[in-house]
Design a protein around this ligand. Structure first.
Ligand SMILES: [Zn+2]
Length: 226
């Protein structure tokens, strides 16, 4: 203990005297000015951390009121953590998992919130890097068959929709209407690449009629390859 420390008795007296009292704004500013640029030593920090963590923390088990939360939130608006701070947070969070309950809370809190375009772009970029090719759990070494790539393309979707609309969402053979409709290539997809997106080469069939065709599920291309 250094020579400037109060005795336990004095500290208790001060604490009693200050109970329920709030510092005036002026006083707070003064204290803040005095403490500016001062840092606790590593030893002090460790000591304080030990002394005030867990159940010893005056805030243990307490929660901020919605009003306080709003004040804190408003104070943070437009401010972003420095890169150094972000790194610290990231380091601190590494290997930690949020409990189911915590995740549920976060999900509830974010409901209805809309990301700004910039944030969306950032999320997209970070996801691209995170799930780029071999990092993606579904990555199978670049073996996606060409027909699957084409089938998920924008042109294919446009072609499919155009055929469905032309055929009035009805199986052209049996007249079925419903969610089991498929769009078939009259001339096989694999053999006539130039007709892949030709609307005239498409027809709407229900899954049952489609199965009876020679070209169902690539039969046509397999037959042709033989
Ligand atoms: Zn049919």
């Amino acid at each position: 203990m250094n020579k400037y420390s109060h005795t336990a008795e004095t500290r208790k007296k001060i604490s009693e005297a200050l109970k329920g009292r709030h510092l005036s704004e002026e006083c707070k500013i003064k204290l803040s000015e005095i403490n500016k640029g001062k840092h606790h030593s590593e030893e002090t920090k460790r000591m304080m951390s030990k002394k005030f963590s867990g159940k010893n923390n005056t805030f243990y088990g307490k929660k901020h009121s919605i009003k306080t939360k709003n004040i804190l939130r408003i104070a943070r608006i437009g401010k972003s953590a420095s890169d150094e701070t972000k790194l610290k947070i990231s380091k601190n969070m590494k290997g930690k998992y949020r409990s189911e309950e915590h995740r549920k809370h976060l999900s509830e809190a974010n409901k209805g919130r809309i990301h700004s375009e910039e944030t969306k772009r950032k999320i997209r970029n970070s996801m691209i890097n995170k799930f780029n090719k071999e990092n993606n759990p579904n990555w199978r070494g670049g073996i996606t068959p060409k027909h699957l790539i084409i089938r998920s393309s924008k042109e294919y979707k446009l072609w499919r929709n155009a055929v469905l609309i032309r055929d009035n969402y009805t199986c052209i053979w049996c007249g079925y209407k419903g969610n089991k409709l498929q769009v078939d290539h009259i001339k096989p997809f694999a053999l006539y690449p130039e007709l892949r997106f030709a609307i005239d080469n498409g027809r709407t069939l229900c899954v049952y009629c489609h199965r009876t065709t020679n070209t169902y599920a690539g039969k046509g291309s397999r037959n042709a390859a033989r």
